[in-house]
Design a protein around this ligand. Structure first.
Ligand code: 4AD
Length: 463
């Protein structure tokens, strides 16, 4: 018999399955004619004279189990109930949208059902289409909807793909702290931890980026990555900002040029996107009520061609030439500018003015004191804006101390970080990618608040 690697892996893992089968498992491996007990929520009900149909979902896949209830004395179910139902597993009639169905017949003594959890009459997730803004008012129930649960499964799939990608490139996944004594980005957007002066005997914060700790770990392990929560007290009430979000960060040693870092970032995003297209497309598209053309056009925009690269200077020149705006060196790029720059596909904008960026960035290769820039980049996506920010890091002790002094930072507080530059320093660099933003883009959706299960934003912290 011929096995694909995926099937083989599933077979090997099957030996370790100790829990009851899920609907995902049942759909892929139940022999026709056998008795099957499905457990899940009732998602929809259609009644006709002598037969009724139920769709049951348990969240493990976007696919449902279709149940056919036969006979005059049919049990009565309600949408939203959690149930267990036992019947015979059959091929569906030709013309049916589903391949298989579970036939329940009250006259058959092998068949049975149980209502595990009841619902009130006004259970809010009825079959009719619901808007995202309505779902946001249901912080505990919205996760059961087809579209939102598909976002979560896509997110989980992408994390596995990233694990595969980084493993293939000799990275070690590391676990930096979330409580820190430093403000990595120096933007004053940290959440301060109360009572910590008594506890830690100093001020401590929730991390805005784990980069500084990753640098320390990279200088031991060569290549490291992490996927961790970050917290920013940013008063941005947009569809792209959260106060608590996850950032995928990587830090790489022996990098003294920006180009390999851009190559690496591009290949990482392309790898994960290709994985979705090749291994997850049907599962994802089956579940979401989102324009499928939008979803696929986003995937294609990532995969279709090599991404453009442009310096900040070239970018403001283009913006001025095309009459989009009138910018001078040192002006920041707005979302509209970013969308204009990425109108033909993903684009890296590199070498921003030093004055706009944090203390840790290395000067650009063609640094000039008149228009001083740093070796950094933002990755911009079409109609979306920034997804990734990264840079080469200043690895020289004296230059870093100078930069910190200019940013009025405490050298004493940052001794642990500076020590890296005194003890076998290595040119290095890395980046951070907004994880919810990435999922948002690939999902075809347009709001990170629906990608985070319990979004935290200004005036939003319910549940
Ligand atoms: O550009 P940022 O601020 O870069 C850093 O924090 C670096 N220290 C990362 C590094 O080099 N290791 O943030 C990186 C990315 C952004 O491009 C954006 O996608 C995401 O993090 N991000 C947010 N996502 C959601 N909500 C917010 N408030 C975000 N702020 C940044």
């Amino acid at each position: 018999m011929f096995f694909t690697t995926k099937t083989l892996h599933r077979c090997l893992c099957r030996g370790y399955r100790t829990l009851q089968p899920t609907i995902k498992d049942q759909l892929s491996s139940t022999p026709i004619g056998s008795i099957l007990e499905a457990k899940g929520f009732v998602k929809s009900i259609r009644n006709s004279k002598n037969v009724s149909f139920l769709d049951i979902t348990d969240g493990t896949t976007s696919k449902n189990i279709n149940v056919v209830l036969l006979g005059k004395e049919q049990p009565k179910f309600q949408i939203g109930q959690s149930i267990a139902i036992k019947g015979e597993w059959n091929m569906s009639k030709s013309g049916s949208s589903q391949e298989f169905e579970l036939k329940y017949n009250s006259k058959n003594s092998d068949h049975s059902y149980q209502i595990i959890g009841t619902v009130p009459e006004d259970y809010p997730l009825q079959k009719k289409a619901t808007s995202m803004s309505f779902l946001r008012t249901l912080p505990s129930l919205k996760h059961r909807t087809s579209t939102i649960s598909s976002f979560y499964r896509l997110r989980s799939f992408l994390e596995t793909s990233m694990m595969e990608f980084f493993n293939s490139q000799d990275f070690t996944k590391v676990y930096p702290p979330l409580i820190t004594s430093s403000d990595c980005e120096g933007a004053g957007e940290t959440f301060k931890i109360s009572k910590c002066e008594d506890f830690f005997e100093k001020q401590a914060y929730l991390t805005v980026s784990t980069q500084l700790h990753l640098e320390s770990l990279a200088l031991a392990l060569n290549r490291v990555w992490s996927l961790s929560p970050c917290f920013r007290a940013e008063n941005s009430k947009t569809s792209r900002h959260l106060c608590e979000f996850w950032m995928l960060e990587a830090e790489i040693c022996y990098l003294d040029d920006l180009e390999p870092l851009l190559d690496f970032t591009e290949s990482m995003v392309k790898f994960a996107t290709k994985k979705v297209v090749e291994n997850y497309k049907d599962e994802y598209l089956n579940g979401v009520y989102i324009d499928k053309e939008v979803v696929e056009s986003r995937w294609n925009s990532i995969l279709d061609k090599e991404w453009q690269r442009m310096t900040y200077n070239e970018a403001i020149q283009l913006i001025n030439e095309k009459g989009v705006d009138s910018l001078k060196f040192g002006d920041s790029l707005s979302l509209d500018h970013e969308r204009f720059l990425a109108s033909h596909g993903p684009i890296f904008i590199t070498d921003y003015p030093k004055s706009m960026k944090p203390f840790y960035m290395l000067n650009s290769k063609d640094y000039s004191p008149e228009k001083s820039t740093v070796a950094c980049f933002d990755l911009l996506l079409p109609e979306f804006g920034e997804l990734v920010g990264g840079s080469l890091r200043e690895h020289d002790y004296d230059s870093l101390v100078n930069s910190m002094k200019k940013h009025q930072m405490s050298i004493e507080e940052m001794k642990w970080y500076l020590d890296l530059r005194k003890n076998g320093t290595i040119p290095h660099g890395g980046f951070g990618m907004g994880w919810e933003r990435f999922i948002n883009y690939l999902s075809g959706h347009d709001n990170v608040r629906d990608i985070a299960p319990f979004p935290r934003a200004p005036s939003l912290c319910n549940a």
